[in-house]
Ligand binder design. Structure first.
Ligand SMILES: [Zn+2]
Ligand SMILES: [Zn+2]
Length: 182
């Protein structure tokens, strides 16, 4: 299993993305996961909702799936904007496990404190990666899979998974390394 991070322009392989690249494997357990950052891609203009001033997360994911997805990897898109899905005011991120692709929007994670900013980005990336590995939301408030409605709830949890979720990740990763059935 490996992970591909695809930044949407103007994001790139900068301090934020390279720290995510370095730290994601720490939380996914052994054996170490390879994380790659690929060149930035432009946003499809039709995914922007000018009335809401937000980006349609499902459309952005579809764009990644159709044009940029690595089918052998778990794909994480990072978008600089504010994301939504119909029926919600906003989402921090969205995952499409069927396509092994997820997205995290960075606009709502901004903080003047660089440590907090990094903590938020890493936490939301691991949350969406958890969904790609089949995990549901978790009731443990400190677990990365706890559903956060507000940035305060994101700050109250963290990038680490609880023991139950760690167990599910181990099972998922072991399944991935089994030889494929014909
Ligand atoms: Zn979630
Ligand atoms: Zn959990």
């Amino acid at each position: 299993m490996h992970i591909v991070i695809t930044p949407f322009e103007p994001l790139q392989a900068d301090a934020t993305t390279t720290r995510v690249q370095a730290e994601v494997p720490i939380y996914l357990g052994p054996p170490p996961v390879e994380v790659l950052i690929v060149p930035s891609i432009p946003s499809p203009p039709e995914a922007y909702n000018a009335r809401r001033r937000q980006w349609d997360a499902a459309r952005l994911i579809r764009w990644v799936v159709e044009r940029h997805r690595d089918p052998t990897a778990l794909n994480v898109a990072l978008h600089p904007g504010d994301l939504y899905v119909p029926g919600f005011n906003f989402v921090f991120g969205l995952a499409e496990p069927a396509y092994e692709t997820c997205i995290v929007g960075l606009a709502r994670l901004q903080s003047p404190d660089p440590k907090r900013w990094h903590h938020r980005v890493l936490t939301e990336v691991l949350h969406e990666l958890g969904h790609l590995m089949g995990l549901e939301h978790c009731t443990t408030r400190s677990c990365a899979m706890f559903f956060s409605n507000t940035i305060r709830e994101t700050d109250a949890k963290g990038p680490a998974f609880c023991s139950k979720c760690q167990h599910l990740i181990r099972a998922y990763r072991q399944g991935k390394t089994q030889p494929q059935r014909p």
